[in-house]
Design a protein around this ligand. Structure first.
Ligand SMILES: *Cc1c(COP(=O)(O)O)cnc(C)c1O
Length: 221
């Protein structure tokens, strides 16, 4: 059951900090999402393409759907007609496929590049050298239908505040360097997607502009 009071308190907190709420609805029912929608939330995040596509078909059209989980190239086509933001682009190959599908649908798809900031080796994402290589590639320069609007990162699963803080600072540092080197006068390059239910306050304090919060709103999964 969604906690609407929690949602409202979180929304107010984030509004004051100029950060956006992505309500992470993975594994939750259409009924639960509808309840959160009725309380005013319009931006939802899913980590599986198939699940997002099914829910999108059953819920109102003014929902902004964000894909936040690891994305396989062969799944891009299923969501290309409607996805509002892809948080998890972690290779040139994947970005090329998003561009190709965006062209097919006559739209520009906004993307974040996912950076590896966690200590664990299991998490997906680029390092700073790979990011640079992607942004400087001829292939990227030729892409007409994707727009890179910022960076995303997932911190280590820990309650060590100092570690979380340093991982968030690391992502903010990469963002600032990338902004000045490649997107200096591009106003659309502005988002840092970091922070979840357990660490969103720290993330916001370190410069997050988008938090991806699931269990705090929808209850545990
Ligand atoms: C599930 C998920 C979240 C939300 O996690 P909570 O701890 O439930 O807030 C955020 N980001 C990604 C990429 C996720 O897969």
């Amino acid at each position: 059951m969604p906690n609407i009071d929690q949602l409202k308190a979180l929304k107010q907190y984030l509004d004051e900090k100029n950060a956006q709420l992505i309500a992470v609805s993975k594994t939750k029912t259409v009924k639960d999402i509808r309840e959160v929608y009725d309380a005013g939330q319009r931006v939802f995040g899913e980590n599986r393409v198939q699940e997002m596509v099914e829910k999108q078909g059953e819920l109102p059209n003014d929902i902004e759907w964000h894909l936040i989980g690891h994305l396989q190239t062969n799944k891009v086509k299923y969501m290309a007609s409607f996805v509002a933001l892809v948080h998890s682009v972690d290779s040139l190959k994947l970005l090329e496929e998003v561009n190709k599908q965006a062209i097919k649908h006559g739209r520009v798809i906004d993307c974040l590049l996912q950076m590896h900031i966690a200590e664990e080796s299991s998490k997906f994402g680029l390092n700073e050298a790979e990011l640079k290589e992607l942004l400087e590639s001829e292939a990227f320069r030729l892409m007409s239908n994707v727009r890179i609007v910022g960076l995303m990162g997932m911190a280590t699963f820990t309650d060590d505040e100092e570690q979380l803080r340093s991982e968030f600072k690391h992502l903010k540092g990469i963002f600032d360097r990338t902004k000045s080197a490649y997107f200096a006068n591009r106003r659309y390059f502005k988002d840092i997607s970091m922070g979840m239910s357990g660490d969103y306050e720290l993330a916001v304090a370190e410069g997050s502009t988008m938090v991806r919060v699931g269990s705090l709103i929808f209850g545990s999964r």
